[in-house]
Design a protein around this ligand. Structure first.
Ligand SMILES: *Cc1c(COP(=O)(O)O)cnc(C)c1O
Length: 396
């Protein structure tokens, strides 16, 4: 199977999703980036610095861990890709480090970012401290409250955290505010977007920067199982970056089944959900054409998930395409199922996952495997930031 639409065309479209819908004032900034990103990322100089930082600073390669007790429970050979062990606790750092190296090479001196759970804010604040660049992070006021430890880390790292009080006061609103800032400072500011969303070339740039995940999976599987591909790849999806990184080198490999878990919230047919792939309709948000939660007259429906990192009303264009073409299977995992899955991984393997990652763990009981199936599941982050939520709901 060869799906050309799984890579963006020259205008950044994956099938009918993607593109670059930006205000006039950002047109040149986005176009400069479109022309610059591939030559920079593919240059030997970039690759050398990026690879060195991923190894010595982030701590890559992240382990591929054969989870024996969980394997027994689910009747398959389950391997966990441990992005939770990266510096700063999630996969986000792969992207932030990569984009700041792009920013430096484009001569940009000021960094802005949006954040939901705070993981992307922390990763970007970390990269800015490392590179000595000023950093402003927009964060919804609700998220500032529920993700205090990450707010404190960003401040410790020297970033300015600007709480956003509009809308639901979560990720969508923070993104609006970051775009507003970018419009005011298009010449000197680099906007480090934290997921495979936004106008082209961001979804492709972020996917490429995260593709180190599947590159490592290929090597690690060959070493541990004697075969360099799995039967299943599983990842949770907010905007889509950890999933894009997990799938990247296998995206046209029909031997590999791709499974995404999106946040069901209180149930996809309730009015409290963030399952935008399954209940969304086509529209334009934050610079690209995607599936999004909206009313018939185009008003955004406020998303809801227990997990701040999945609480976004849309999903990036690549994943919209993977869903629309049937290449990826999408399951919704509700709050209670994610919580149960987080406790299960903790008590079975001694790994406390991020609430976002708990959503893909919560997909395991919904799937049927054969005993020989090799299943690789990406644990996108660790649960330190979610301890309050976990302890509040803990029953045993
Ligand atoms: C941000 C985040 C996500 C969701 O973002 P994607 O871009 O879909 O990967 C998932 N897991 C963790 C730990 C996160 O911090």
């Amino acid at each position: 199977m060869k799906h050309e639409a799984n890579r963006p065309d020259a205008d950044g479209f994956y099938g009918q999703y993607g593109g670059a819908y930006v205000p006039e004032i950002l047109y040149k900034t986005v176009d400069d980036l479109r022309q610059a990103y591939l030559p920079i990322i593919e240059s030997a100089d970039f690759q050398q610095e990026y690879r060195r930082l991923l190894r010595d600073y982030v701590g890559r390669p992240s382990p591929l861990y054969h989870a024996r007790r969980m394997s027994e429970k689910y009747g398959c050979r389950l391997y966990l890709k441990r992005e939770d062990l990266n510096h700063t606790g999630a996969h986000k750092i792969n992207n932030s480090i990569g984009q700041i190296l792009v920013a430096k090479r484009m001569g940009r001196r000021r960094i802005i970012a949006e954040t939901g759970a705070g993981q992307h804010g922390v990763a970007t604040a970390t990269a800015c401290a490392l590179m000595n660049l000023p950093c402003t992070v927009y964060m919804g006021a609700t998220d500032v409250e529920r993700q205090q430890p990450n707010v404190e880390r960003m401040r410790m790292l020297g970033a300015e955290v600007r709480p956003v009080h509009s809308g639901n006061k979560t990720l969508k609103d923070a993104t609006n505010e970051a775009i507003r800032d970018w419009c005011c400072h298009p010449a000197d500011t680099f906007y480090i977007i934290g997921s495979t969303v936004g106008p082209h070339p961001y979804p492709d740039m972020v996917a490429r920067l995260q593709s180190v995940i599947s590159e490592e999976i290929r090597e690690q599987l060959a070493e541990q199982t004697g075969r360099d591909y799995p039967d299943y790849l599983l990842a949770c999806v907010g905007g889509g970056s950890n999933a894009a990184g997990t799938f990247y080198h296998y995206i046209d490999d029909a031997r590999v089944r791709l499974i995404l878990a999106e946040a069901g919230g209180m149930g996809i047919h309730s009015d409290r959900t963030a399952a935008s792939l399954q209940i969304g309709t086509d529209g334009i948000l934050h610079g690209s054409r995607i599936k999004l939660m909206q009313t018939d007259d185009g008003q955004i429906i406020e998303p809801y998930s227990i997990s701040a990192g999945l609480d976004y009303p849309g999903t990036g264009p690549l994943h919209c395409q993977l869903y629309a073409s049937g290449r990826a299977q999408v399951v919704a995992v509700n709050d209670d199922e994610a919580l149960a899955a987080a406790y299960e991984l903790t008590r079975t393997e001694g790994i406390i996952p991020a609430l976002e990652s708990a959503h893909i763990l919560g997909a395991l009981p919904k799937l049927t495997f054969r005993p020989d199936d090799v299943v690789v599941l990406t644990v996108s982050g660790r649960g330190d930031k979610d301890m309050q939520t976990y302890l509040k709901h803990l029953k045993t």
